[in-house]
Design a protein around this ligand. Structure first.
Ligand SMILES: [Zn+2]
Length: 350
């Protein structure tokens, strides 16, 4: 009897420590916070790493990268989540500040990981613009190694190691193309992790994503803006992103500060200003969606910059407070994170 009691006490202890170790967690890291094609102060290009797991796996059983701006490979290395560990890459749209790191990432993976596994590249199906050209993630993937192939480097490396895939890095990509629509649809899943997407306006084929896990949920808005390309309109934010973000714990979103608006005389082109979401309108949206955390990324202008590309910032460089104040003016009372490269948020908090 005594022995049975001891055994059950051990069993209870074992079970509770297993539960502790198995506590699920979600970690969101901004791999790059630069807004648009310029580079300021060495900031990496746009990207967000979303990781899910438990304490035992240090929250990294599932590793998903959303957008792959300049320098993503280095940033993933700093975040201790190497390119080779990514199960899937999601692209919001075909702008180079969100895609130009992909060739670097896939070349590295081809070099050392030609044996696989492939990485899923989840993105919009081909989208035709009103001007007649086509935005094509499929072609981006197919031609991702072309410069290295054309230079002769790939033939050289294949001659040295025949185990590498003959078609170059494109052979390691599994494109998962979907048709973005005004309703959210599931585009990827692995175990408890489900990713949904919705179509949103910026350029044709732009999509926003939501990741749901047992530890929490995060929305990656990308560069979404309102379907109405300019005022008069209720808000600069996207109604589709708002729908996607309802009840989400974390919203990560590209941000433009109202100081770049046409009324402030920076000279910044109004159509480009109007196709982004302002910090104030994002604050109002995050309040309506009931989100606890708003992570601003892709900041236009960057913190501390006197110019956005060629355009001077009216009133001088912005601070973290300039962005937080703009969000609070929109009514948001939750946690505001003004993005800097590699800032990270973990749920539940440690
Ligand atoms: Zn962008």
């Amino acid at each position: 009897m005594k022995r049975a009691c001891q055994l059950s006490a051990v069993a209870i202890l074992f079970t509770s420590s297993m539960q502790l170790q198995a506590a699920p967690c979600l970690q969101v890291t901004l791999t790059g916070t630069q807004g648009g094609p310029p580079v300021f102060n060495g900031q990496a290009g746009s990207g967000t790493l979303v990781q899910y797991g438990d304490d035992e796996s240090n929250c990294s059983a599932v590793n998903l990268q959303f957008d792959t701006g300049r320098g993503t490979t280095q940033q993933l290395s700093k975040a201790k989540s190497p390119v080779g560990k990514l199960q899937a890459i999601f692209l919001t749209h075909m702008h180079s500040d969100h895609t130009e790191g992909l060739a670097d990432m896939m070349q590295l993976r081809w070099h050392f990981g030609s044996g696989g596994p492939k990485v899923d590249l989840v993105c919009s199906a081909d989208a035709e613009s009103p001007a007649g050209h086509v935005l094509s993630c499929q072609k981006l993937a197919k031609h991702v190694g072309d410069a290295f192939i054309e230079s002769g480097e790939m033939a050289q490396r294949l001659a040295e190691n025949k185990k590498r895939l003959p078609g170059g890095p494109a052979d390691l990509i599994n494109v998962v193309a979907f048709q973005p629509s005004a309703e959210s649809t599931q585009v990827w899943a692995s175990g408890d992790v489900v990713v949904t997407a919705i179509g949103s306006r910026h350029i044709p084929g732009h999509a926003s994503y939501r990741v749901d896990t047992p530890a929490g949920s995060v929305v990656i808005g990308g560069d979404a803006g309102n379907d109405k390309p300019k005022p008069p309109r209720d808000t600069s934010t996207s109604a589709q992103v708002e729908k996607l973000a309802m009840g989400a714990d974390i919203v990560v979103h590209s941000t433009i500060h109202p100081v770049m608006g046409p009324d402030q005389n920076s000279g910044f082109p109004p159509p480009i200003y109007f196709r982004q979401s302002t910090a104030t309108d994002l604050g109002a949206m995050a309040k309506r969606t009931g989100s606890k955390h708003l992570m601003l990324t892709h900041l236009i202008p960057p913190l501390g910059a006197k110019n956005q590309g060629p355009y001077p910032i009216p009133g001088g460089a912005l601070t973290e407070a300039s962005y937080t104040d703009a969000v609070v003016a929109g009514g948001f009372e939750g946690n505001v994170i003004v993005g800097t490269d590699l800032v990270s948020l973990r749920l539940p908090a440690q």
